[in-house]
Design a protein around this ligand. Structure first.
Ligand code: NAI
Length: 316
């Protein structure tokens, strides 16, 4: 049977990662970009990453690196890129006008059963898709960087998205081994970034007020909360840290509210605190490409190890 086909629009960091995830799932992938050299670099980078992962025994999917690479082709013609695709994942820069233009072009090209999906981190579906003829087939599938190692995908519908589009996208994400979650309605920051920004805000206030050093603040997460959160979420934490959620609320609601009432206003993320945090981080990890890249590589290796451990520890 001919493999199902997807199109990836934009071959940067996220587009490449989606291409690898879909190829690992056995899909034929057409990778589109405006610049041929960008596509050439993307393919080289994908080849290198796949070969390396194969060597380390962490390549996803049942196919070899060569078989997966054979599923990916590149193209600078939008119409040709999406022809035959059942799912289109847009991964162009985070610019509303640019994305609207691309979805406008796709709207004129696609049939009635293709799903038009965007990787956007923060543009709301109502901003991206309103007015499109195929709005029922439009959805946001927001990945987490790097999607190859961090499987979560937030699925966010437009108010007019057909429920079948949401269900099909959810099923597809499951099929390729990602971990989809459905939002019932759009909201600024979706869910992941709302949680992330709540953490960043309080981290920033604590460092800004001199309660803790930037390095120790990060340790609270990496050697404390984060260890738990890789396996269970904040709500299950409540459940397990007492005799169930009701018992947790009975015991700790007053204490939590007391602490929460001391949280300060939204930080400006400017001035002295920027310098303080930047100095501490730059001493540990100088902000130059070579060092940052090495640290990112180490982070990805950690995430690969964690992903392996999570598979072994699977409990649901
Ligand atoms: P990037 O800058 O690495 O890649 C963008 C790609 O789009 C480039 O290859 C560029 O040549 C191409 N491009 C520009 N104009 C185009 C056009 N008109 N048609 C086709 N391709 C075009 O960006 P990145 O980081 O891959 O982000 C892509 C999307 O994914 C953004 O919406 C971003 O918000 C989202 N995202 C990014 C994450 C991240 O951590 N980088 C995480 C989750 C989502």
């Amino acid at each position: 049977m001919e493999p199902l086909q997807v199109a990836i629009i934009g071959s940067g960091l996220i587009g490449r990662s989606w291409a690898m995830v879909f190829a690992a799932g056995g899909f034929k992938v057409k990778l589109y970009d405006i610049a041929q050299e960008q596509l050439t670099t993307a393919l080289e980078n994908i080849r290198k990453q796949m070969k390396e992962m194969e060597k380390l025994g962490v390549l996803k999917g049942a196919l070899s690196a060569e078989q997966q690479l054979a599923l990916i082709s590149v193209c600078t013609d939008l119409k040709a890129a999406v022809e035959g695709a059942t799912f289109i994942q847009e991964c162009t820069p985070e610019n509303l006008e640019l994305k609207k233009k691309i979805f406008g072009q796709l709207d004129l090209t696609v049939g009635d059963s293709v799903i038009l999906s965007s990787s956007t981190s923060c543009l709301l579906p109502s901003k991206l898709f309103t007015g499109l003829k195929h709005v029922k087939q439009c959805i946001v599938s927001h990945p987490v960087n790097p999607p190859y190692f961090v499987p979560l995908v937030e699925i966010v519908p437009h108010p007019e998205t057909d429920p079948s589009t949401t269900e099909r996208t959810y099923a597809l994400m499951k099929k390729i081994g990602q971990s989809p979650v459905k939002l019932n309605r759009e909201i600024e920051g979706f869910v992941l970034n709302r949680l992330q920004y709540a953490v960043i805000s309080e981290a920033w206030r604590l460092v800004g007020e001199g309660v803790i050093s930037p390095t120790d603040l990060d340790l609270v997460m990496s050697d404390g909360l984060g260890m738990r959160y890789a396996f269970i979420g904040p709500l299950e934490t409540m459940h397990l840290n007492a005799e169930g959620v009701s018992s947790y609320c009975e015991r700790y609601a007053e204490g939590m509210k007391c602490v929460l009432n001391t949280f300060g206003p939204v930080p400006e993320f400017s001035g002295e605190t920027v310098q303080k945090v930047n100095q501490a981080l730059s001493e540990k990890i100088p902000a130059v490409p070579k060092v940052l890249d090495a640290r990112r590589k180490w982070r990805d290796e950690c995430l690969t190890g964690l992903a392996k451990l999570k598979t072994q520890m699977k409990s649901d």
